[in-house]
Design a protein around this ligand. Structure first.
Ligand code: MOS
Length: 744
């Protein structure tokens, strides 16, 4: 039920929140009724294909444009010499989430797979053949694509928005009290998002008005970015993104290829569609960066951590500044008197990396949890006991208390469900048939950012409502979860809510990223609904003909489409209040954002326990069980939250055992830029898995008490699997993904 008064402090939600509803978009998706960007076929459509560089460093010296344009159906070839200019310099970062815009500005090649031309044709086949006929020639230089041969990076920058270095506490003093020092090195491979749906765009101009269909996690920001680089007003851009076939961070950012398609559409006066092929998404549209991480933990004789030092070296491109924030993962998980973390970049001839599901935290927590396991063993403690000994109720990096932290319950519930108490301390003690069996654990943690969102909620004369915000459903369930919150803000049944989202003419819902979309857009929607109900209550409580007359807004509660007096059982239906007032509708507006400087440390938490079976002869690793318990504030939809957590855990399996982009060191080209060579987990890799959520009230994180679940499940899982591999084999993994040959 919605309190009619403003939602200051902790609010109650009504009957929709907490329901395990199935996805409202599910039927559309399984019946093909959901249209994705590349499904759009406007009249007069031209197809665009990018030609990409087969070298990783150097210059393009010749493109056979004449041959390509002579091919039947080819309409035009754009190369740096004739591409329409952007209205802004490509270096102009209008927002921290906007990368250097690569749109054929010059003939240099900075990574393999870089777009070097755009071919427009009447058919996809003609455009593809036109791109082939360009037969590029190059002045090629020796590329550098590995951490060892990459150039040190000296530009002042941040680790994805946070300071590159952090120090808190007196590390010398802390170390002086320590009796034991544990050091660990962990490398993590480059990974690609590999959303099922490619980066696609259909662009059409109607005079100065631009309509774009493109999967997008941040409609308001993207509209603003497109407009700025095109030199038009944001209001003249309509960006439609009703469905995304996965985003994972790579669709929160805008890339040059998308702008090229728009420029071509304007130049040629026809709609243009561009859909990158799988191999074309390896390079120009972001990836999770390679990291090399060193951890040093100093322990006192009681097994308490005195100091944590976490240093990350990570690869970035030669032309932008993104640094993967892996060391940030050590800031707030465990008690430590002193912390030192650093990030250093090296430049390589690769595409610019970017955020990918649990950016920073995923590789960082993988390394931290390995180090914790090494330290527990060195201290003679069970890994869970060691983590409990170093449990903290304040964030050591900021000194702030946590807004809420039900991690103890997570440890207890997951350990119980897993049967952790029976774990032998030493490795190589368990077998299943001829296979070695091992158990490992890891702590999951992810921050709870909020962005800025706006929403409208309009109550209609028949008691139904329409709610509007430009939310992005990238498969996480925003259509469903946000509608549940909106229904409760309005105090009506979810079946009476028409939820409009997915295009940029709606109020801006902010970024679907950082696991903050439900909290941010949900708050805006709830506030919009509450605003409409407040206006309705004004009408009723001031109207002598209403049974609510004289109750005052604080004396009524909205539920089931009626306003109820709190002091007796009288109530009145919304329809009746509106009818008597002679109104067709009441419109509420709401915003969602975090106000002021935070006074608490805000994180979701969890504990993941893994069992692996390892073939002692072949080194083949199978995850046989994975059990996680998570605390993430108020869970709006337990079914979808579980699905998100399980999905994150499956990503953890991919991270730990499968996923890596491989370069040929001589050419700098990828050798596995397809789904045959880049192994994402399939059903056979996803074992018996369970994710439970632990009850958690949070009165600080936001008024609705919502944290986030999208990225949390990745974080504990990688380390848990790595630690289970050690427990099975006695071999410590120092690199993810763990290769079988490293175990034999
Ligand atoms: Mo994400 S990597 O917050 O979409």
């Amino acid at each position: 039920m919605a309190d009619v008064m403003n939602i200051q402090g902790h609010v109650r939600l009504g009957s929709s929140a907490g329901q395990p509803l199935t996805r409202r978009d599910g039927i559309l998706k399984v019946t093909g009724g959901a249209t994705y960007a590349a499904d759009n076929r406007p009249e007069g459509l031209l197809h665009a294909v990018t030609a990409t560089a087969s070298i990783a460093r150097g210059r393009v010296t010749h493109l056979d444009v004449a041959a390509a344009e002579a091919h039947p159906g080819v309409v035009k070839v754009y190369i740096p010499a004739n591409v329409p200019a952007l209205a802004l310099s490509p270096d102009n970062k209008i927002h921290p989430f906007v990368w250097r815009m690569e749109a054929l500005q010059d003939d240099s090649v900075r990574y393999a797979g870089q777009p070097i031309a755009l071919v427009l044709a009447e058919t996809l086949e003609a455009a593809t053949e036109g791109a082939r006929l360009l037969a590029p020639q190059y002045d090629a230089r020796t590329p550098h694509v590995t951490l060892d041969d990459a150039e040190p990076f000296n530009t002042e920058t941040t680790a994805f928005g946070r300071p590159a270095d952090h120090a808190s506490g007196d590390i010398d003093l802390a170390r002086a009290q320590a009796v034991r020092q544990v050091t660990t090195e962990v490398e993590t491979a480059a990974q690609f998002h590999n959303a099922l749906e490619p980066h696609a765009i259909t662009a059409q101009w109607d005079g100065d008005r631009l309509v774009i269909d493109s999967p997008n996690q941040a409609l308001g920001l993207s509209r603003q970015t497109f407009a700025a680089f095109l030199g038009i007003a944001p209001e003249d851009v309509l960006l439609r993104s009703p469905f995304l076939g996965g985003g994972f961070g790579s669709k929160a950012i805008l890339y040059g290829a998308q702008l090229l398609a728009i420029l071509a559409a304007r130049d040629l006066g026809r709609p243009v569609k561009l859909a990158l092929r799988r191999d074309q998404m390896y390079g120009p549209v972001g990836h999770r960066a390679t990291t090399r991480q060193s951890l040093r933990l100093d322990l006192d004789d009681g097994g308490n951590i005195a100091a944590i030092q976490h240093d990350t070296v990570t690869l970035t491109s030669t032309f932008d500044h993104f640094l993967e924030g892996a060391s940030n993962a050590s800031h707030s998980v465990y008690a430590a008197q002193a912390l030192r973390t650093t990030h250093r970049g090296r430049r390589a001839d690769i595409g610019t990396p970017g955020p990918m599901r649990a950016p920073g935290e995923a590789p960082g927590s993988a390394a931290l949890e390995i180090a914790m396991d090494v330290a527990a063993y060195a201290a003679g403690l069970d890994p869970l006991e060691f983590r409990l000994r170093n449990y903290t109720d304040t964030d050591p990096s900021s000194g702030m208390a946590f807004s809420s932290k039900a991690l103890r319950e997570c440890y207890a519930q997951a350990a119980e469900a897993f049967g952790w108490a029976d774990r032998p301390r030493e490795p190589r003690m368990m077998r299943q048939g001829r296979l070695l069996k091992g158990w490992g654990m890891g702590t999951a943690q992810f921050p709870c950012p909020m962005f800025q969102a706006a929403a409208h909620a309009t109550l209609r004369a028949d008691g139904s409502a329409v709610v509007e915000t430009s939310a992005a459903d990238m498969g996480q369930g925003a259509w469903t979860v946000l509608a549940q919150i909106a229904a409760d803000g309005l105090g009506i049944d979810i079946d009476k809510v028409e939820f409009r989202s997915g295009h940029s003419d709606l109020p801006d819902a902010g970024v679907a990223g950082g696991s903050g979309h439900t909290a941010t857009a949900g708050t805006a929607l709830f506030n919009a609904g509450a605003d409409a109900v407040r206006q309705l209550a004004d009408l009723a409580t001031n109207d002598p003909a209403s049974p609510l007359f004289g109750a005052g807004n604080s004396g009524v509660t909205a539920r089931n489409g009626r306003l109820h007096r709190n002091d007796d059982d009288r109530s009145e239906a919304y329809e009746d209040i509106l009818a008597r007032a002679g109104l067709d509708l009441i419109k509420g507006v709401g915003a969602g954002a975090r106000e002021g400087e935070p006074t608490r440390a805000m994180f979701s938490h969890g504990a993941v326990f893994a069992e692996v079976l390892v073939d002692p002869d072949l080194g083949q690793i199978r995850v046989s069980r994975l059990i996680g318990a998570f605390a993430a504030g108020r869970i709006i939809n337990p079914r979808l939250a579980r699905s998100q957590l399980l999905g994150g855990m499956v990503w953890g399996i991919g991270f730990a055992l499968h996923e890596e982009a491989l370069h040929d060191a001589r050419t700098g080209r990828f050798t596995n830029n397809d789904l045959a060579g880049y192994h994402i987990p399939v059903n056979a890799d996803a074992p018996m898995m369970e994710a439970v959520t632990v009850h958690e009230d949070d009165a600080f994180v936001n008024a609705l008490g919502i944290k986030g679940v999208g990225e949390l499940g990745v974080t504990g899982t990688v380390g848990a699997i790595g630690n289970a591999v050690w427990h099975a084999t006695g071999v410590r993994p120092h690199r993810f993904p763990i290769h079988p040959e490293s175990l034999i």
